[in-house]
Design a protein around this ligand. Structure first.
Ligand code: 5GP
Ligand code: MG
Ligand code: MG
Length: 187
């Protein structure tokens, strides 16, 4: 059984992802280096685990790294639209410049929920760094907090994608690239 056989098309190769992650890390380093408080990286589990690990190594500042888990999907390919936090932060983000690290922004409801949560926790700014953005599918408008910035790696077409952390039914996360899953796998 070869996972690669389940992929219809590779959208971004390991090399392309690595180059883009380096660029994002450099941009974040540049944007935050004059601040007195280094950013608090908050990866959104599980999808952003690889992206968070790679991005963190490209940010040359004394950042902290933490994870939060949000559940909105079940095992299908369509969000149920009601994200809930199912695993909380360990670190206190009060007064911190939070950078939420997401695998993909689709309807925007997950991020909207997380940004509100960081606000209630007293973050002084909330930025977002998403590897992929399906901006054409946005339904929920979200507003960054304070001086927060929006970073995104690639504009994603309206296909169900897997790999580099993204799953279908918890599988395919370990593919080193991002690709479109063959529809016969999930239909
Ligand atoms: P949103 O709340 O913006 O609708 O969805 C965000 C979450 O939905 C992402 O963090 C991701 O877990 C999931 N998601 C959205 N589109 C895709 C996709 O094409 N592939 C996978 N594997 N997950 C997706
Ligand atoms: Mg996610
Ligand atoms: Mg998922």
């Amino acid at each position: 059984m070869d996972l690669n056989d389940h992929i219809e098309k590779i959208l971004w190769t390991e090399q392309q992802i690595s180059e883009r992650v380096s660029e994002l890390g450099s941009q974040i380093t540049k944007d935050f280096k004059s601040g007195t408080i280094a950013p608090a990286i908050v990866g959104v589990a599980t999808g952003a685990f690889l992206f968070t690990a790679d991005l963190a190594r490209k940010i040359h500042l004394p950042i902290t790294v933490d994870f939060i888990r949000v559940e909105s999907y079940g095992s299908g390919t369509v969000s149920n639209g009601r994200p809930t936090i199912s695993f909380d932060l360990k670190l206190d983000v009060r007064g911190k410049h939070v950078i939420l690290v997401e695998d993909i922004v689709d309807t925007g409801s997950t991020l909207s929920c997380l940004i509100d949560y960081m606000k209630t926790k007293g973050a002084s700014s909330v930025s977002v760094c998403a590897l992929l953005d399906k901006s054409a599918r946005r339904k929920v408008h979200f507003e960054l907090v304070g001086e927060g910035k929006y970073y995104s790696g690639f504009e994603c077409p309206d296909n169900f994608v897997v790999g580099y952390g993204l799953d279908f039914d918890e599988v395919y996360r370990n593919l080193p690239y991002v690709g479109v899953l063959k529809p016969e796998i999930y239909q």
